[in-house]
Structures are given as C-alpha cells and as structure tokens.
Design a protein around this ligand. Structure first.
Ligand code: C5P
Length: 296
C-alpha cells in the first residue's frame, strides 16, 4: 500500500490547572486530556521532495507548519529519512487557535504517517520524544483517549476511558493565541488555587467521571480577553451541560452531555442566539491518531 491517511482527532481539556512558572518560560500544568471525534485528515504518499497542500488557505504550507516541522525532525533524527520526501495533503476540520490541539494532532499524525511511508520503524518511545520536541500537546495525540498530562503537558499517563459523552463545541469567529493567554495569566493566584482543586478534581474524576469540579485556570484569562466567551459558556451551562468550559487556552467553549441527550437541537438553538459562531456536535473517543490505507 503506497498511500496512507492519518486521522488526527481534536482534544478537550476536562480540567486544566497551572501549578507554576518554569525556568524555561513554560508553565507547569496538570490537565486531563480527552480525545473527541472531530478530526483533521492528513493523507500522503512517498515522493522525491516534501510538499504540503492544506485545505484552509489561511494555514501556511511552508516550514512553519507543524506537519513540515515533524517531517524535518524525522529527517534530522533518522539518516534513512534524509533522502526521502512525500506529497502530503491536510484537510482541516478542527478550528485553528481554538484550544482543540488541531496543529498538535496534525504533527502527531505526520510523525506516524511518515514513519510508515518512509519505512523508519521508529518505536513509540522515540516517537513520543520527538512529539514532545514539536509541542507540549503533541505526545497526547499518539495515544489519545483520556490521559493525565503533567509537566508542560507533554508528560502523559493514560487514564481509564470515561463513559461516552456527547460534546457540544462552540467556536467563535476569532482564535486566541496560546502564548498570549499564558502571558496574561496571573500565576500567583492560580498557584494557590491549584493546591486545593487538583486533588479534589482527580479524586472525583476517578470515582465515576464527576465533572462538577472541573475548571480551567486559563479560562478566566480567555474571558478577560474576550467577554463574549463568558456569555456563550453561561448559555451552554443553562442548556443542561454536565460541565461547560473553555478548552485549553481557548477560544472554543465545550459542553459535555450524557449520551442520548438531544444535543443537536441545543446546538440549533445556540446557532440562532450566537450568529458567527460555529456549533458542532461530536463525541468522546478512546483513541488517538491512527493511520489507515487510503482508498482512491
Ligand atoms: O509547546 P507549545 O509550542 O505548544 O507552546 C506554545 C506556547 O504556549 C509556548 O511558547 C508558551 O508560551 C505557552 N505554553 C506555556 N506553558 C505550557 C504550554 C505552553 O507557557 N505548559
């Protein structure tokens, strides 16, 4: 088989606590990652040079794209990858600057796809280390499902899958830039709170997926930067979500609902109230990036 497709899912943060600032400029965090079935698709075949085409014109296709960075990192790491190229096409479904990890998932997809296309046979521990070099969220996508993230978010410990949930995603017509959100964060305040809420969140979580205490320390910053996010979050809470939160550094707000809930009609209602927002209904999944042969 010469053409392969990497299915690259989005993630939510079912809770995110900033524990402190690190010497390297990053923040120490504790988070629960959850994969969902909103997916980008990266398809490709081996070729003489490396080329990337992207469905969304606003996304760069040059060396700044994380997919290209992943390819270059593999070539730096593996002598046998150096003379090789690939013709890649990325079909985006995950909003950009949304806190859903789209670019990170695409990067993880590129590592797995090119490992196959170039016959590199890299073990998962090596792929994990390369993923962590590409970005803090990238390692999560190699295993996906439900996982505890610590350190920068790159240190991953798989958790038992949560009971299936429906997810309502609301993405406003603007993104938020992760470095700016972290910069605007009031670190001393969150450090005090983290000590209290982290253990309670995880004890509750372990005892049957109780999300009532889930919170995101970056949310207050996102709300300060864009007040319309609070209004949307409150509307999702009122619609009966178990929890409604900003994902990661925003700008997407999500609500979790038990399976069987008619989430589509809630999305329809919110669409009327929030013109310009993209409302999507999806569900939690127990997997991460996976590759499948591409059929013509
Ligand atoms: O690791 P990644 O490249 O995705 O991070 C993007 C930016 O987000 C970093 O340059 C940093 O400003 C911020 N960040 C942080 N602490 C983290 C993760 C990201 O400060 N744990």
């Amino acid at each position: 088989m010469s053409r392969w497709r990497a299915i690259c899912p989005a993630k939510l943060n079912l809770g995110l606590h900033v524990v402190g600032r690190r010497r390297d400029g990053y923040h120490e965090i504790v988070t629960i990652f959850q994969a969902i079935d909103l997916c980008d698709v990266l398809e490709g075949e081996a070729a003489g040079t490396l080329t990337l085409e992207v469905s969304a014109p606003s996304i760069p296709t040059d060396e700044t794209n994380l997919v290209v960075k992943a390819a270059r990192l593999l070539q730096d790491h593996c002598p046998s990858a150096r003379g090789q190229g690939a013709r890649l096409r990325l079909d985006k479904a995950i909003p950009v600057g949304a806190g859903l990890g789209g670019g990170s998932s695409d990067a993880a997809g590129a590592l797995v796809l090119l490992n196959e296309l170039w016959g590199l046979h890299l073990e998962s521990s090596v792929l994990l280390a390369l993923a962590a070099e590409l970005g803090s969220d990238v390692p999560f996508f190699l295993s996906g499902g439900t996982a505890l993230g610590t350190g920068r978010g790159e240190s991953i410990e798989p958790l038992p899958p949560i009971a299936d949930r429906m997810v309502l995603l609301g993405s406003p017509p603007f993104g938020l830039r992760t470095p700016e959100v972290y910069r605007a964060l009031d670190a001393p305040l969150t450090a005090r709170r983290a000590n209290v809420t982290v253990p309670r969140l995880f004890v509750k979580f372990a005892k049957g997926n109780d999300f009532a205490l889930a919170s995101n320390d970056l949310e207050a910053v996102a709300f300060r930067l864009r007040g319309e996010l609070v209004i949307f979050r409150d509307a999702v809470s009122r619609s009966g979500a178990e929890v409604a939160l900003v994902s990661g550094s925003g700008s997407t707000v999500f609500g979790l609902f038990r399976t069987g809930t008619d989430v589509s009609s809630k999305a329809e209602m919110l669409r009327g109230e929030f013109p310009g927002w993209t409302l999507q209904v999806c569900k939690t999944i127990a997997s991460g990036v996976r590759i499948v042969p591409a059929v013509e």
